[in-house]
Every structure is written in structure tokens, then in C-alpha cells.
Design a binder for this molecule. Structure first.
Ligand code: NAD
Length: 489
């Protein structure tokens, strides 16, 4: 069996506590590797290395253009190793090869995009309203950034933090999910090969409440960038508050996918399916509340059930598979529990409704509940599995009201052929991303993040790099003599 080591200060090392965590293939159930169970001593070593690299190492004196070149080199190495990285992801988190290979082939673009931005971080000379001074700003890095990521798209979500943080001149410690740490450690081999100076990028693995908490609480960590569940996000936000450090949070969602009667219904069926059954619903941006205009409700539901019932469950490594297993045993049980909750609440199950008898293992059938009321738990709480709630509505106003009547605000979909309606409704939706006549599209160039409980801050796009910078204002006197010292200038 494969046994991984952590990557700290440019060195491969065993966990200081001498313990490992077994990592399981969700499809086969086999333990295929062990990852280090890092503790606070490992966290301390990583912070020390990252801090030294930030303050003293070559990273601090390197021209931003050279930092950008290193990022682009890492992008090239990822491109060369995309298939192998995708295979590790599939084995470790059970997502489809088709999806993970697509992600890995696209991943280099983050390193190219932010690598290109590294030497374009400019300050400004201010047209200051005071005599005899020159005043300018510098955009400076924060220091040591910790990135904490979940199990559903491990390398993609790590990259959304790593690439802009490094381009801004910070050093970085990655703490991936304890369920899916292997791909992060594989990435470190490429980091090593790319030639980043020791300590610039480190990966420690282990449990959130152990090494994760130690990193968040560390006084020399300047920022925490987190993607994960709402409860973990709250704990991290509170812990970071002790040292008043900035935190960005990408949390969960319960996104509305709204089908108006004037939509192309066949397209909207595909949109509904991609919103919830792709990735077995294990995606923060899942369109798990399907709002359907009442006049087409029955016809649409029939089409949707007919389409979704054809979805092929199977081995995620098989190119023909459309729905894979649930990644973790805990998540599998949680999804099944929510299906029972929905039934008890009176929602009508029109497809699926339990574990897949044919597949066994951690497979849940694609499940659709009709007659869902937006106040039910199945409509308000994030399931993070292949379970769709269908909610009828009457007209634009009610659609907007139901869509926004939720604590989350990550994303939303609108299906209509009426451009006035598309713009009006998308303006009214409380969501960080709105898709019209499409769903589940992300890009390195498009800011992504949540309204309300779905998070704080944005990843991707030019604005993401600003989250890893701080502004310094420099005043230089040009006066012949220093004026009255008892009066503010
Ligand atoms: P999680 O919150 O349980 O864990 C995420 C990470 O946080 C893991 O690395 C974990 O070890 C760490 N962690 C947990 N407690 C911690 C603590 N006290 N201190 C430091 N680190 C801690 O989330 P998960 O179950 O792995 O992922 C699923 C969740 O992630 C879902 O709610 C989903 O919606 C959300 N998610 C959001 C996005 C987004 O971009 N908005 C993307 C993917 C997933």
C-alpha cells in the first residue's frame, strides 16, 4: 500500500506524531493509501518554513516576474501530468474520470492566469490634497496564507487559493481534507520539480480539529482561505478572530434552479440534471431546489424523471459512467437520512429514494421529490447528494420570493427564452452566481463566491488576487523644513 509523506520546507517528512490516516477508494471500499495524520508540531514546522521563506528566503526578493514564471512552470507540469492527477482524484474521491480529467486539463489555466498577473500588481501615485508631499501606495502580500479545502474537488479548490496567493507574493500552507489528501501530495511532487524555493508551498495533512485548527489559530498565519461546510466555516471564522486575521469562506448552498413556462423544456431538463446529479450532487453549487412554473409542472416533471432515470451508475473510472458513489461513509449516511426526512415531511418521491441495490457500496439512487414546500427541511438544508426538491411556483414574483427565501446564496439558474425576464430575475436573485439557460459553469476569469451564509469573499477573476494583498501608503515630504509639529498635517 502506498504511504505518503508531508511536504514541509521543501522536504518530504513523516508526521511528527507517527500516525497515518487510511484513505479509501469510495467505489471499491479498499484502503489504497495512507496519509500523514499531522499534528500541531507539523503545523508549527510548516508555519516556520513558510514564514522564513516569506521574510528571508529568495521568494521575498525574487522579482514578481520570476514568481510568475514559476507559477507557469507548475501549470505546465500539471498539464503534463493531468491524467495521472485525475486518476488519483477519482480513486480517492470517487468523482467521474470524465469530470476530473476535465478539471485537471483546465487546472493549468489558473497558474497561467495568476502567473501572468504576478508582475502587474501596481500601486498608485496619489493626487494628494496636501502641500509638499509625494504620496503613493504599494500593494503588498500578507505573509503566510493557509488554504483549507474539502473533499469534493480537492485540487481545483486548492488551486483557486494557491495560484492567486502565490502570485501576490505570499507563501502558502495547504491543508486538504483528511478524506482526499493524496492529490495534494501528488501536486507537491510537481511543486518540487518546478523549483519553488523551500517553504514557499507546503502541504500538511490530517484532521481539521487537529492540525487544521492549529494552523488557523497560529499567530504567524496572516490569512485563512477556506472552502468547506458552513459549520466548519463558523469555527474557523471564530478561531481566526482571536488574532483578527482575514478569512475568506466558500461555503455551502441550496441553489434554486428556476424553470419558467417559456423555457426550452428539453434544455431545462438537462440543466436540472446537471444541477443535481452531476458529481452525485456533491457540489457546493448544486441546483438542489428546482422551481418549476405551475403551468408546465407536470409535463416537465415527467420529462425530467424520464431523462434522469436513464442515468448510468457505475465505476467512476469508466468513461460511460454518469453517476458515481458518494465520497465518504458519513456523507452517504447523511444523504440517506435526508431522504427519510423528506419522506416523513410528506414530499412525494417520484424517482429513486434510497441506496442503490444494484450498485451496493456508497451509491445513492438519483432521487427526485415532488410536492416540496420551501419550508421543509429538504428544501432548506444542504444535502450534498443526488437528491432534488421540486417546488412549484406561479409567476416571476413568486419564483423570486421562493428562490430568495433561504439562508444560502451561492448560485442560481434561470431557464427562460425571455431576455427581459432573464435580466430582471437575475438582478433580483440573492446569489453570487446566476446562470441563464446553462448551469454549473465556472471559469478562472469569473468571480465565484456566496451571498448570505454561502460565504465571504470571491475566488477567481482579477479581483481574487486583491484578497491576498494589503495596501501600504507611503508619504514622502518634499518640504524645505518640517512644519509645526503640534498640528496634524
Ligand atoms: P468540512 O467543512 O467538513 O471540511 C473542509 C475542510 O475543513 C477539511 O479540510 C477539514 O479537515 C477542515 N476543517 C474542519 N474543521 C476544521 C477546524 N476546526 N479547523 C480547521 N480546519 C477544519 O467540509 P467537507 O465536508 O469536506 O466539504 C463539504 C462542504 O464543502 C459542503 O458543505 C459544501 O457545500 C462545501 N463546499 C463549498 C464550496 C464553495 O466553493 N462554496 C465548494 C466545495 C464544497
Amino acid at each position: 500500500m502506498k504511504r505518503y509523506q508531508q511536504y514541509i520546507d521543501g522536504q518530504w517528512c513523516d508526521p511528527r506524531g507517527g500516525e497515518w490516516i487510511e484513505t479509501i477508494n469510495p467505489y471499491s471500499g479498499e484502503v489504497w493509501a495512507q496519509v500523514p495524520r499531522g499534528n500541531s508540531d507539523d503545523g508549527e514546522a510548516a508555519v516556520k518554513a513558510a514564514r522564513t521563506a516569506f521574510r528571508e528566503g529568495p521568494w521575498s526578493t525574487m522579482h514578481p516576474r520570476e514568481r510568475g514564471e514559476l507559477l507557469r512552470k507548475l501549470g505546465d507540469l500539471i498539464a503534463e501530468n493531468a491524467e495521472q492527477l485525475a486518476a488519483v482524484e477519482v480513486r480517492d474521491n470517487g468523482k467521474l474520470m470524465a469530470e476530473m480529467l476535465g478539471q485537471m486539463n483546465y487546472l493549468p489555466q489558473w497558474y497561467y492566469y495568476y502567473g501572468g498577473l504576478a508582475d502587474k500588481i501596481e500601486g498608485a501615485v496619489l493626487p494628494i490634497d496636501k502641500p509638499d508631499v509625494m504620496t503613493y501606495t504599494r500593494n503588498e502580500p500578507l505573509g503566510v496564507v493557509v488554504g483549507i479545502t474539502p473533499w469534493n474537488s480537492p485540487l481545483l479548490l486548492a488551486t483557486w487559493k494557491l495560484a492567486p496567493a502565490l502570485a501576490a507574493g505570499n507563501t502558502f500552507i495547504l491543508k486538504p481534507s483528511e478524506f482526499t489528501s493524496a492529490s495534494a501530495l501528488e501536486l507537491m511532487k510537481l511543486v518540487d520539480q518546478a523549483g519553488f524555493p523551500p517553504g514557499v508551498i507546503n502541504t500538511v495533512t490530517g484532521y481539521g480539529h487537529e492540525v487544521g485548527a492549529a494552523l488557523v489559530e497560529h499567530r504567524h498565519v496572516a490569512k485563512v482561505a477556506f472552502t468547506g461546510g458552513e459549520s466548519g466555516g463558523r469555527v474557523i471564522y471564530q478561531a481566526a478572530a482571536a488574532n483578527l486575521k482575514p478569512v475568506s469562506l466558500e461555503l455551502g448552498g441550496k441553489s434554486p434552479n428556476i424553470v419558467f413556462a417559456d423555457a426550452n423544456l428539453d434544455d431545462a431538463v438537462k440543466g436540472a440534471v446537471s444541477g443535481i446529479f452531476a458529481a452525485s450532487g456533491q457540489t457546493c453549487l448544486a441546483g438542489s431546489r428546482l422551481l418549476v412554473e405551475r403551468s408546465i409542472h407536470d409535463e416537465f416533471l415527467e420529462k425530467l424523471v424520464a431523462f434522469a432515470s436513464q442515468a448510468k451508475l457505475g465505476d467512476p473510472a469508466d468513461a460511460a459512467t454518469q453517476v458515481g458513489p458518494v465520497t465518504t461513509p458519513g456523507q452517504y449516511q447523511k444523504v440517506l437520512d435526508y431522504i427519510e426526512i423528506a419522506k416523513a415531511e410528506g414530499a412525494r418521491c417520484v424517482l429513486g429514494g434510497g441506496a442503490s441495490a444494484a450498485m451496493g457500496g456508497q451509491f445513492v439512487e438519483p432521487t427526485i421529490f415532488a410536492d416540496v414546500n420551501n419550508q421543509m427541511r429538504i428544501a432548506q438544508e444542504e444535502v450534498f447528494g443526488p437528491v432534488l426538491s421540486v417546488i412549484p411556483f406561479e409567476g416571476e414574483e413568486e419564483a423570486i420570493e421562493i428562490a430568495n427565501d433561504i439562508l444560502y446564496g451561492l448560485a442560481a439558474g434561470i431557464w427562460t427564452q425571455n431576455i427581459r425576464r432573464a435580466i430582471k430575475v437575475s438582478n433580483a436573485l440573492e446569489a453570487g452566481t446566476v446562470w441563464v439557460n446553462t448551469y454549473r459553469a465556472v471559469s478562472v476569469m469569473a468571480p465565484f463566491g456566496g451571498y448570505k451564509l454561502s460565504g465571504i469573499g470571491r475566488e477567481n477573476g482579477i479581483e481574487a488576487i486583491k484578497a491576498y494583498l494589503q495596501t501600504k501608503t507611503v508619504w514622502i515630504s518634499t518640504a524645505e523644513e518640517t512644519p509645526n509639529p503640534f498640528v496634524m498635517r
